[in-house]
Design a protein around this ligand. Structure first.
Ligand code: HEC
Ligand code: HEC
Ligand code: HEC
Ligand code: HEC
Ligand code: HEC
Length: 366
């Protein structure tokens, strides 16, 4: 069934000065294909159920919006760079590499490691309940660290207890209603459809293949703000999304910049790792100026956000385009590593001569 979903994202590759440049698809990323590929009017055909679960087995319970698949069942599969549906879960071990930029996982990583069909390790991802993907986190329960208390139930893909869609709606499909058939080519945050990856109100420039093996010229361009105080919410930034549940890690007086000794400077020494803070605020000879090496190429393994998200940046200038984000270090869905980190933190040691991870920005601490 999955291969029969119509091709909606076309990658235009043109030759420019000998270099391959991938341009995001200008056409609307709307679903295409026969209704029956995705919908079932009664979840019954010849008396047998038409709905299918994550494993591909028949599912007697009907899905919302008369769909044959739930969110996860449709978004389970193997990415190969040509698929037109982003796969965020795989039922067998996905290739990941050292930082998730060379394997078959996308920008958000993969739920395989946290899922009940994978290694079932709580710390490797967000424990999403939709389609029985994962069990509740045995350590954290439904409480986001840094947040205001437990969610009303286990995490879901979308809605009140989820990340995607309208977070005032309490079901996956209620929160996502009208998204998949709509023209989402303009991202201005004015509706769920016109938001970055259907994350309500979040801005950004979407890579056409969801960062399948991204390069300096083909990647998501994340939205960030160069804040001067941690009381600023930075509404619309990718980090502000995480801050909706992990509040204190992103904003709130004294939560990031600290309070002593003179007011609340949004500067070093920090009390929590800064986000929505531009590396351009550091000295011209600081270690951060070594990000991306000579010429300061954008580093897909430790992405930085920008205020302007109209173009994909191949190089950074430390002028509102080197903004630290939550996902500079984490991946939203999951990774093979604890705390859903992009890389193996346990293997990163000062003075080791190592590369990657923290050293992408803290270039002299190795
Ligand atoms: C019947 C299959 C199907 C179901 C069910 C489904 N999706 Fe999708 N989804 C797709 C396809 C196909 C695309 C790619 C085309 C597009 O972007 O609309 C997609 C794209 C997306 C995207 C990426 C949009 C972008 O900007 O690139 C997100 C996010 C998403 N789906 C979330 C969800 C969530 C959350 C649910 C459950 C509420 C869900 N999907 C249910 C098929 C499905
Ligand atoms: C590739 C899979 C796919 C195909 C093909 C598809 N749909 Fe959908 N449709 C979805 C998904 C996923 C949703 C749920 C998310 C949403 O509401 O956009 C949905 C939602 C809907 C909705 C409710 C939301 C809205 O936009 O009004 C209607 C009605 C609908 N589809 C009708 C149709 C009809 C009619 C066809 C055939 C002409 C069709 N769909 C073909 C995937 C598909
Ligand atoms: C809808 C609320 C919500 C949003 C939004 C959210 N999280 Fe979480 N997060 C949770 C909950 C609940 C937990 C604890 C349960 C779990 O781990 O599944 C959690 C756990 C975590 C953990 C610890 C995982 C573990 O098991 O040790 C990390 C790291 C994390 N989130 C990072 C992020 C990042 C980065 C973002 C933004 C991309 C984000 N979260 C957005 C609710 C949220
Ligand atoms: C995307 C770039 C980036 C990455 C990746 C990164 N950092 Fe940072 N880090 C910064 C910036 C920028 C500052 C603030 C520097 C300043 O204000 O002078 C900072 C501040 C810090 C501070 C506080 C310094 C102070 O003066 O208070 C510590 C400690 C730190 N980072 C450790 C880490 C560790 C450990 C990792 C890996 C898990 C890491 N960082 C990854 C950019 C980064
Ligand atoms: C510089 C890299 C870096 C940035 C930026 C970063 N984190 Fe983390 N995060 C880590 C590391 C490393 C850990 C592991 C625990 C530790 O060292 O504190 C972690 C742990 C976590 C945890 C788990 C805490 C627990 O109690 O288990 C959550 C939740 C989390 N981060 C959310 C966020 C959110 C939300 C943001 C953005 C506001 C963010 N992180 C930004 C590196 C980072």
């Amino acid at each position: 069934m999955r291969e029969r979903i119509g091709l909606t994202n076309i990658l235009f590759v043109i030759l420019m000065g000998g270099a391959l440049v991938a341009i995001p698809a200008p056409a609307a990323a709307k679903v295409t294909g026969q209704c029956a590929q995705c919908h079932t009017m009664h979840n019954s055909q010849g008396g047998n159920p038409m709905a299918v679960d994550i494993s591909g087995a028949a599912q007697t319970a009907p899905n919302e919006t008369l769909l044959r698949y739930g969110c996860v069942a449709c978004h389970t599969g193997t990415n190969d760079g040509t698929n037109n549906i982003p796969y965020v879960n795989k039922t067998t071990l996905p290739t990941y590499g050292t930082d998730g930029t060379t394997g078959e996982t996308l920008a958000g990583g993969n739920f395989y490691w946290v899922a009940t069909n994978g290694a079932n390790l709580d710390a490797k991802g967000h424990n999403v309940a939709s389609d029985s993907l994962a069990n509740q986190d045995a350590t954290l329960g439904n409480t986001p660290p840094g947040g205001t208390g437990a969610l009303t139930s286990q995490l879901t893909c979308a809605g009140t207890t989820g990340c995607h869609g309208d977070r005032s709606q309490d079901s996956d499909f209620g929160a996502m209603s009208g998204t998949h058939h709509a023209d989402d080519s303009v991202i201005d945050g004015s509706s769920v459809v016109r938001s970055y990856r259907f994350l309500d109100g979040i801005l950004g420039l979407e890579d056409s293949d969801w960062e399948y093996q991204p390069t300096t010229s083909a990647h998501n361009q994340y939205k960030g703000f160069d804040r001067t105080a941690d009381t600023e919410l930075a509404t619309g930034s990718i980090s502000s999304l995480c801050g909706q549940c992990h509040n204190d890690f992103h904003n709130g007086a004294g939560n990031v910049g600290g309070t002593a000794p003179s007011g609340a400077p949004f500067a070093s020494p920090w009390v929590r790792h800064p986000t929505d803070f531009d590396m351009g605020n550091t000295g011209a000879t600081s270690e951060y100026r070594g990000y991306g090496g000579t010429g300061n190429a954008y580093v897909v393994a430790a992405p930085v956000a920008s205020v302007d998200v109209t173009t994909v940046l191949q190089n950074v200038t430390f002028n509102n385009d080197t903004i630290v984000t939550c996902i500079s270090c984490h991946r939203a869905h999951g990774t093979p590593y604890d705390d859903l980190l992009r890389w193996d933190y346990s293997g990163i040691s000062a003075g080791s001569g190592g590369t990657g991870g923290c050293f992408e920005c803290h270039t002299t601490k190795n």
